[in-house]
Design a protein around this ligand. Structure first.
Ligand SMILES: *[C@@H]1O[C@H](CO)[C@@H](O)[C@H](O)[C@H]1NC(C)=O
Ligand SMILES: *[C@@H]1O[C@H](CO)[C@@H](O)[C@H](O)[C@H]1NC(C)=O
Ligand SMILES: *[C@@H]1O[C@H](CO)[C@@H](O)[C@H](O)[C@H]1NC(C)=O
Ligand SMILES: *[C@@H]1O[C@H](CO)[C@@H](O)[C@H](O)[C@H]1NC(C)=O
Ligand SMILES: *[C@@H]1O[C@H](CO)[C@@H](O)[C@H](O)[C@H]1NC(C)=O
Ligand SMILES: *[C@@H]1O[C@H](CO)[C@@H](O)[C@H](O)[C@H]1NC(C)=O
Ligand SMILES: *[C@@H]1O[C@H](CO)[C@@H](O)[C@H](O)[C@H]1NC(C)=O
Length: 368
C-alpha cells in the first residue's frame, strides 16, 4: 500500500514538473515583449557599443569588461549586463536584441523596428560635458540620430502605422551624470562651478533636458522613463579626487545631484500635465540604492577590476579582477557592477517602495 502511495506521489510530482516545464516552454515560445519596441538614450550606464569606433578614452570594448557577458567585451561599461539590459529583459525582449545605433544606422530597417540604443559613454545633457574624454554622442545628437530612425520607420510603414507603433514603445532616458562628473566637478577643465551655484546649474540642466524630452515627444514618444542620478559622490573615482567625508562619500557632490533629482521629479510631473496623451515616469535611483539590502554586496568603496592612475576611472587593459564579482557594488572606479545594476533594474521595473518611482513603475507604464 505504502509502496503504491510512493509511486503515485512520484507520478504526481512528475506530472507537475512536466506541466510547469510545458508552461515555461509555452511562455518562451510566445515570449512577445510587453511593448513592441524600446529606445534607449543616455551615457555609459546604457551604452552597448556606440563608442567603440569613436576617438575617446571613454571606451570599454576590451578585457576585462564583459567578463560575465556571453559575447565578452562589447562596449558595455561593466562586467556583465548593464542597467538597460536588465530592463529590456524585464520587458520581455530577448537578450541583447536592442542594437547600438552605431550598428543599426544603416542597412535593413527591420533592425530598428524593435528599438535602438543611442547611448554613449561620457555623453551629457550639455554638449560640452565629457569633452575632455574625446568624442561622444551628446543628448542633442542622440535625438538627431533618433529622428533619422523615425524617418526610416515612416518610410517603411507609412505615417499612420509608424505613429501607432512609435506611440506604443518605451523610451528610456538616463543622462546627466557626466554633466556633474565630467563637467561641474572637473574645475580644472570647466568653468561651470565658478559661474553657477549648484542650484542654478541644476536649473540649467533641467531646462535643457526639458527641451530634449519635448523633442522626443515630438518624435511620437508617449511612454518615457527618466532616471534620476545615483549617489555620484560615492563613486570611488570621485572619492579619489576629492577625499571622503564621514559618510564615506563626497557630500557636496551628492548634495548638488540631489537638487537635480528633485527638480527632475517636478519636471516629470510638469510634462505629464502639459503634454497630451504622454506619460513620463521618474525612477528614484538614489532612493533605491539607499534602501536596498546589500544582498551579496559587501564592498562599495572600491573597484573590482584593477585601475591605474592613467586608466582611471576605467579598468586597465587585461588587468586583474577581484575574486568574487558579486560582492562588489562597483566594477571599475565609476560604473556599477552587474549585480548592482540588477538590483536597481528590478525595482525600477517593479517598485518595492512607493518612493522608488513616480508616479508609478515601468511595469505599469508598459501596461498603459
Ligand atoms: C557591431 O558592429 C561591429 C563591427 O561590424 C561588430 O564587431 C559588432 O559585433 C556589432 N555589434 C552588435 C551588437 O551587433
Ligand atoms: C498599416 O497597417 C494596416 C493594418 O495592419 C495594414 O493593412 C496596412 O497595409 C499598413 N500600411 C502600410 C503602409 O504598411
Ligand atoms: C567634507 O569634506 C571636505 C573636505 O575634507 C570639507 O571641506 C567639508 O566641510 C566636508 N563637508 C561636510 C558636510 O562635512
Ligand atoms: C507646463 O505649463 C505650465 C503652465 O502653463 C508652465 O508654467 C510650465 O513651465 C510648463 N512646464 C513644462 C515642463 O513645460
Ligand atoms: C489622445 O489619445 C486619444 C485616444 O488615443 C486620441 O483620440 C486623441 O486624439 C489624442 N489626443 C491628442 C492631442 O493627440
Ligand atoms: C527618493 O527616495 C528617498 C527614500 O527612498 C526619498 O527620501 C526621496 O525623497 C526620494 N527622492 C525623490 C526625488 O523622489
Ligand atoms: C561570492 O560571494 C557570494 C556572496 O557572499 C557567495 O554566495 C558566493 O558563494 C561567492 N562565490 C565564490 C565563488 O566564492
Amino acid at each position: 500500500m505504502a509502496y503504491w502511495l510512493v509511486i503515485l506521489g512520484k507520478l504526481l510530482a512528475l506530472i507537475l514538473l512536466l506541466s510547469s516545464f510545458l508552461q515555461q516552454q509555452h511562455h518562451f515560445a510566445n515570449g512577445e515583449p510587453q511593448v513592441p519596441c524600446f529606445f534607449i538614450f543616455g551615457d555609459s550606464v546604457s551604452d552597448n557599443g556606440n563608442n567603440n569606433n569613436l576617438a575617446t578614452t571613454a571606451k570599454s570594448n576590451y578585457q576585462p569588461y564583459g567578463i560575465d557577458f556571453p559575447k565578452g567585451a562589447t562596449g558595455r561599461f561593466t562586467n556583465g549586463r548593464n542597467l538597460l539590459d536588465f530592463i529590456a529583459e524585464q520587458l520581455g525582449f530577448l537578450e541583447d536584441s536592442i542594437p547600438p545605433y552605431a550598428n543599426a544606422s544603416v542597412g535593413s530597417v527591420e533592425k530598428v523596428l524593435k528599438g535602438v540604443n543611442y547611448a554613449s559613454g561620457a555623453a551629457g545633457i550639455l554638449y560640452e560635458s565629457g569633452r575632455t574624454r574625446g568624442d561622444r554622442i551628446p543628448m542633442d545628437k542622440q535625438l538627431i540620430n533618433h529622428q533619422n530612425t523615425v524617418s526610416r520607420i515612416i518610410n517603411k510603414l507609412g505615417n499612420k502605422n509608424a505613429t501607432q507603433l512609435l506611440n506604443k514603445c518605451i523610451y528610456s532616458v538616463a543622462i546627466g551624470s557626466n554633466d556633474y562628473i565630467n563637467n561641474y566637478f572637473l574645475p580644472q577643465f570647466y568653468r561651470t562651478s565658478r559661474i553657477y551655484t549648484p542650484s542654478h546649474y541644476a536649473e540649467i540642466l533641467l531646462r535643457k533636458l526639458s527641451q530634449q524630452l519635448r523633442s522626443l515627444h515630438m518624435l511620437k514618444a508617449r511612454k518615457v522613463v527618466v532616471y534620476g542620478l545615483g549617489l555620484l559622490g560615492c563613486i570611488p573615482y570621485e572619492v579619489r579626487l576629492y577625499g571622503a567625508n564621514v559618510s564615506g562619500c563626497v557630500d557636496k557632490i551628492n548634495e548638488a545631484v540631489m537638487l537635480f533629482d528633485n527638480g527632475l521629479k517636478s519636471l516629470v510631473s510638469d510634462l505629464n500635465n502639459n503634454l497630451t496623451n504622454a506619460t513620463f515616469i521618474f525612477i528614484n535611483s538614489t532612493g533605491i540604492s539607499l534602501t536596498s539590502s546589500p544582498g551579496s554586496i559587501t564592498i562599495s568603496n572600491a573597484a573590482c577590476c584593477q585601475v591605474s592612475e592613467a586608466s582611471a576611472p576605467q579598468c586597465i587593459l587585461s588587468g586583474k579582477t577581484c575574486s568574487n564579482r558579486t560582492q562588489y557594488a562597483f566594477w571599475d572606479e565609476a560604473h556599477p557592477s552587474e549585480t548592482a545594476y540588477s538590483t536597481t533594474a528590478a525595482r525600477a521595473y517593479r517598485a518595492l517602495l512607493r518612493t522608488d518611482s513616480y508616479p508609478f513603475d515601468i511595469q505599469r507604464l508598459a501596461q498603459l
